[in-house]
Design a protein around this ligand. Structure first.
Ligand SMILES: [Zn+2]
Length: 101
């Protein structure tokens, strides 16, 4: 139960994390998975790819396929809408952190 609740909350925070990196430039799935792992989020490809896919469908990320070493690699970066949402989320997050921390 506790684990489920923590997971639910952290899933929302993953959005902010992904948008943060998507605002700095493009990244690919394996890279963001490694990056999240370093921050203590151990996520499987079965979790990360559906999140990226829905963020593309929601118009927050744009996907671009590039050929790297003869293989197709999917790169992602923020759309204008993604950047705008990030700014808003950061404001909310700051207000929250200022209050509870
Ligand atoms: Zn990061």
């Amino acid at each position: 139960m506790k684990d489920q609740i923590i997971r639910k909350i952290l899933n929302g925070l993953i959005y902010i994390h992904i948008l943060h990196h998507g605002s700095e430039g493009d990244f690919y799935g394996t890279w963001i998975m490694e990056e999240l792992k370093e921050h203590g989020y151990k996520l499987s490809p079965g979790t990360v790819y559906p999140i990226l896919k829905s963020m593309v469908e929601e118009g927050l990320l744009i996907r671009e396929d590039k050929i790297v070493n003869g293989k197709v690699r999917k790169y992602y970066k923020n759309t204008e809408k993604g950047n705008e949402l990030l700014i808003e989320l950061k404001k909310n997050l700051k207000t929250l952190v200022d209050e509870v921390m």
